[in-house]
Design a protein around this ligand. Structure first.
Ligand SMILES: CCCCCCCCCC/C=C\CCCCCC(=O)SCCNC(=O)CCNC(=O)[C@H](O)C(C)(C)COP(=O)(O)OP(=O)(O)OC[C@H]1O[C@@H](n2cnc3c(N)ncnc32)[C@H](O)[C@@H]1OP(=O)(O)O
Ligand SMILES: Cc1cc2nc3c(=O)[nH]c(=O)nc-3n(C[C@H](O)[C@H](O)[C@H](O)COP(=O)(O)OP(=O)(O)OC[C@H]3O[C@@H](n4cnc5c(N)ncnc54)[C@H](O)[C@@H]3O)c2cc1C
Length: 596
């Protein structure tokens, strides 16, 4: 199994390299080799980006060619058995020894063991290790080190290294996630990645970066990438589910009528068409976020870190919401396919297990929304002090006078409605924190007592951002399209707004003049729109243009031969190699004969 996985991974990697293509393409073509992920994902997804983001030019000149030519294979080992979210609580230490100009790596106890790094179990021979940096008796917090853990000739773990695979998981089972422990393991001083902080030969610590969190830069990059990844995953899942729903015929709503395609049921359209819209919404938002990210990188290259807090807040909430929505909607695609959606050969289980993992790794959902909430509350307080708001929070101004937004059910009106909900929920959080403080709590406790509302406010902010970006980008990108294409894409973006307006009627009743009659109108418009989209549903998923080899699905193949493919896959299963399993003779027959 593992051997086949590595072989496929290398065919994929070297094949793309020979074609001189870049790693995002690699990410996409790896789907033709793996239903889950490549054992080399972390090498290209985090090891290489960290060398680029955390190393000096001299260090990059040494390590980047080796990594890009796969002369070394790396991963990213930050999480430990005892800590994942709380990076400042990581226990692995790197203590500088000036007499030898080395760092001594230690995992002082079991909970300090690195745990989870993808590819660490059996594939990688190097890794980025986040460790508490000690020099001259002072701890300077977690810093990134590049560490060789295996001999590049024999692949044996180096002396002082304990490494292995963590065992089966819900998914990601082609990733050989591993554990790693250090017993007084020495590395050269130069293996501290020194773009943002340095240690001189005599052990003097020199802070280079103007912002204390640039060490966390790789995580911001991956979070930005994951929003695009989620759009891609969801597009695959809904392609499978819509094509299957066009093939599947079931039940007889009208006597003496043939069984209809299940795609003709309004409830099936309700399950699936939001998935098509959301894939588009996430893709357009991810492109917008990427452009924001590259803009902030450019600012930071000019020494300006002022835009980093907003990027951290945006990447945090968009990663949280895109992964959460995608996990839920892929499961909804699985539900829409009945029993066959539960078959591994449908590929929906693997897509779900990937997406639901993404809700956790690279920052847990709750934790990241609270990071966004921290930025929202600080922005509200700055607005109260008359300071300017960042672009994505301009809508807070409308809430300054506290007047209720009048409901307008045009697409732009609904977007403004979501702005009002976000502003209202943030304001309610600020009010709650201030109430608790007035009642004698300190700020930290007042914050903790408001965290349930804060998570909701961050979600509302994120939803408002997605709605606005999706609407604006659709208008911009369809400006030159044919009327037919424009009409269909407008239907999808309007469906997204109507769907979420109906999901958030409570908030809209609270923070806008939405009435019960307005809700009835929204529901009627939503249902009518589902019927309008139905004729184009298969065309819309075909437009995602997934080859069967990439979709890897018995239910979603282009030719629609679902039952034949299900049977073909069933007959391949090892249990069908022999008509009678030897377990019959060993166990069942003796049991039947009372001999067990
Ligand atoms: C094959 C080809 C691939 C091509 C590319 C594909 C890429 C993508 C594909 C997927 C790749 C890999 C798959 C698997 C990956 C999985 C890898 C991992 O999971 S790695 C481990 C990830 N771990 C985490 O994300 C940990 C989450 N925890 C944190 O981020 C932080 O600890 C915390 C933010 C939750 C809390 O940190 P703390 O130090 O306590 O900070 P405070 O809350 O006190 O905030 C202080 C201050 O700092 C600001 N801040 C925090 N984080 C950041 C940041 N990242 N950037 C900028 N600023 C940050 C925060 O806003 C506060 O600011 P104030 O001004 O004080 O408010
Ligand atoms: C498939 C997979 C692959 C991974 N790959 C890697 C890898 O390659 N490299 C790597 O370093 N790591 C990796 N990880 C680890 C991953 O980054 C962590 O699991 C993730 O950051 C969550 O941290 P945790 O496990 O400590 O969860 P915890 O933070 O312990 O979460 C447990 C619960 O506590 C809650 N919680 C925690 N802190 C707070 C708070 N401040 N306020 C409110 N609630 C809180 C959480 O919301 C959650 O409900 C991977 C994980 C998975 C699942």
């Amino acid at each position: 199994m593992y051997g086949q996985i590595v072989r496929d991974g290398l065919v994929n990697v070297t094949g793309i390299e020979d074609l001189g293509l870049t790693s995002p393409v690699l990410q996409r073509t790896s789907d033709a080799f793996f239903k889950e992920i490549s054992p080399f994902l972390l090498h290209f997804g985090m090891f290489v980006p960290t060398i680029i983001g955390q190393c000096t030019p001299e260090q990059q000149a040494k390590w980047l060619p080796l990594a890009m030519d796969l002369k070394i294979i790396g991963t990213y080992a930050q999480t430990e058995l005892g800590h994942g979210t709380f990076i400042r609580g990581l226990e692995t230490t790197a203590t500088y020894d000036a007499s030898t100009e080395q760092f001594i790596l230690k995992t002082p106890k079991l909970s300090s063991y690195k745990w989870w790094a993808g590819g660490l179990g059996k594939t990688a021979n190097h890794c980025i290790v986040l460790a508490q940096l000690y020099t001259k008796g002072v701890c300077h917090g977690p810093h990134p080190f590049i560490v060789q853990i295996r001999d590049t000739e024999t692949h044996m773990p180096l002396p002082g290294i304990k490494v292995g695979e963590i065992g089966p998981k819900l998914g990601f089972n082609t990733a050989d996630n591993g554990f790693l422990g250090f017993e007084d393991f020495r590395i050269p001083r130069e293996n501290l990645m020194m773009k943002n902080a340095q240690v001189t030969k005599d052990g003097t610590y020199v802070k280079v970066a103007r912002h204390g969190k640039l060490t966390y830069g790789t995580m911001v990059f991956v979070r930005v990438m994951l929003v695009s990844d989620m759009a891609y995953c969801l597009a695959k899942a809904v392609t499978i589910a819509v094509r299957y729903s066009a093939v599947r015929r079931q039940s007889q709503p009208k006597p003496d009528q043939p069984e209809p395609q299940v795609l003709d049921y309004l409830t099936q359209q309700h399950k699936l068409f939001i998935c098509i819209s959301t894939a588009h919404a996430m893709k357009l938002t991810s492109t917008w976020l990427w452009n924001t990210f590259t803009g902030v990188l450019a600012d930071m290259r000019d020494g300006n870190t002022d835009t980093l807090p907003e990027l951290h807040a945006l990447s945090s909430c968009l990663k949280a919401i895109s992964t959460s929505d995608t996990s839920a909607l892929i499961e909804q695609c699985r539900f829409a396919c009945g029993g066959h959606g539960y078959m591994y050969s449908s590929n929906l289980p693997a897509l779900y297990s990937f997406a639901t993992a993404t809700r956790t790794y690279e920052g847990d959902y709750t934790v990241l929304l609270l990071q966004t909430a921290r930025f929202l509350v600080k922005s509200w307080e700055q607005m109260d002090e008359g300071k300017p708001l960042t672009p994505t929070l301009a809508y807070l101004e409308q809430s300054r006078n506290g007047s209720q937004v009048s409901w307008d059910d045009s697409p732009e009106g609904i977007v403004r409605g979501f702005d009002a909900v976000a502003a209202g929920r943030i304001g309610a959080c600020v009010k709650s924190i201030r109430k608790h403080i007035n009642n004698g709590m300190d700020y930290e406790d007042a914050w903790q007592m408001t965290t349930v509302q804060l998570v909701g406010a961050a979600e509302a902010h994120c939803r408002a951002v997605i709605c606005r970006v999706y609407r604006d980008e659709t208008a911009r990108l369809t400006a030159g399209c044919s009327p037919g294409v424009k009409a269909v894409l407008d239907q999808l973006s309007t469906l997204y707004l109507l769907y979420w307006a109906l999901e958030r009627t409570g908030d809209l009743l609270r923070f806008s003049s939405l009435s019960e009659r307005d809700i009835e109108n929204l529901q009627a418009r939503y249902e009518a729109l589902l019927l309008k989209i139905r004729p184009n549903a298969v065309g819309l998923v075909d437009a995602f243009d997934f080859r069967d080899e990439v979709l890897m699905s018995t239910l979603g193949s282009y030719d629609g031969r679902v039952y034949e493919r299900l049977m073909e896959e069933a007959l391949k299963t090892p249990l069908n190699r022999e008509p009678v399993s030897d377990s019959f003779h060993k166990y069942i027959k003796p049991m039947m004969q009372g001999k067990l």
